[in-house]
Design a protein around this ligand. Structure first.
Ligand SMILES: [Zn+2]
Length: 67
């Protein structure tokens, strides 16, 4: 399985490389599923962007609670 080094980091564990996920097709051949697995935390992502892009922060703008 090939490992890709990137300039990005995993948003969860900070690893800088990932692998392409390999699945088995109906005819028994091994095929890339188009997904990616982090080499650090082993999470699977559907895109590289999803791998490195920070999760959306919860919107906490409630500094003051008037009303
Ligand atoms: Zn990771």
């Amino acid at each position: 399985m090939s490992t890709y080094k990137t300039m990005y980091k995993c948003r969860d564990c900070g690893a800088t490389s990932y692998q392409s996920v390999i699945g088995r097709a109906q005819n028994g051949a091994l095929l890339a599923t188009g997904q990616y697995r982090c080499t650090g935390c082993r999470n699977v992502f559907s895109s590289i962007r999803e791998w490195w892009q920070p999760k959306r922060m919860p919107e906490t703008y409630s500094h003051s609670t008037f009303g």
